[in-house]
Design a protein around this ligand. Sequence first.
Ligand code: CTP
Ligand code: MN
Ligand code: MN
Ligand code: MN
Length: 385
Amino acid sequence: VHAGVTEDGPRVALYGCQRRTPLAHSNQALTDALETLAEEAGFGGSEGRSLAFTRAASVLKSLPGPLTSLGELSPLPCIGEHSRKVIQEVLEDGVSVEVERVKLSERYRTMKLFTKIFGVGVKTAIRWYQEGLRTLADLQERHTELTREQQAGLQHYTDLNTPVERSEADTIERLVQEAVWQFLPDASVMLTGGFRRGKQQGHDVDFLITHPQEDKEVGLLSKVIRWLDSQGFILYQHSQRNTYQLPGDPELLSSGGGSSMDRFERCFSILRLARLTQDKDLPPGSGAQGICTQGGCGAARGWKAVRVDLVVAPFSQFPFALLGWTGSRHFERELRRFAKHKRKMILNSHALYDMAQQMFLPAASEEEIFQHLGLEYVPPTERNA
Ligand code: CTP
Ligand code: MN
Ligand code: MN
Ligand code: MN
């Protein structure tokens, strides 16, 4: 029995949500190469090609061991001709000429530079590239044309592209809890996103907040933000109110669950976090220990800017929100695609709708959502598709 094959045929299921994908896997060189091409295709506006490379990479991530020969690819799903060629090159030569060329290309490098700015998506980066902009200094010159978000992103570029450590996420969790519990002691604050999937580093820290008594959570976020701001923790924030219409937003349903944007009350922020090496210099015992305030160590630059996402979900939608905000992005995409095509159901971060029965399927846990979908439960640490 070699990688990916059992006596019954291919072990690797077609959809990413039908597979277990741990964080650490045995084919990093191959998936890095394929994901570079996925990214490059996305930069060129080829969403379909990008998805094809992402799917191929995701299949390799779920293999129990290293792929050693091309023959092992034949029972695997989602490996197109182009991906196969790249895999062959990396297996034989250690690198793919095409991937190396992409990584050195001016467009790829510039697009990477620009899309790593908070608030800059592929479309904006393409436009800037086409206008001849190439460096962050070029953007600084056009400062006035940038959004407030992009200005903050540029200002904190280095910090925001320095990985957030797990210990920093834990410190921020305690701060968010301190803020939330002042106003709602029975609220729950959950770390979601990559850290819930077991990552030791992230590009940001994601939280989901709820309260067992529905409606208690209304208005909470603005109080939390105001308190954090008064304590000097907020470098940037953009809040949105809840715009979800119960029972079942017609627009969310008609979009077929394809849109990953939900309607929860949320705040995309940049917080000021004290560098953990300075922890010993701070007075112990405070819940906010390790976080720096404006008057404190800012001048000495003993702090670091960290992206934090806060999302508030009503209790009855919490399992859907948790599932939706845990990721990975590709796992989410596959869940929704599976629901739609295999089950005629629409899944989003608010609800699950059964089109045949024309009814919403409530759930009290993530497990119940997997049950409704007829999927084996996949724990968060195995959702790194
Ligand atoms: N998400 C979402 N709506 C957004 C942004 C994110 O539903 N506007 C979801 C994504 O689908 C993902 C999760 O929130 O499942 C976390 O997204 P993100 O923080 O971008 O990625 P992580 O998986 O946490 O990885 P990273 O370490 O890069 O933050
Ligand atoms: Mn091709
Ligand atoms: Mn995240
Ligand atoms: Mn996030």
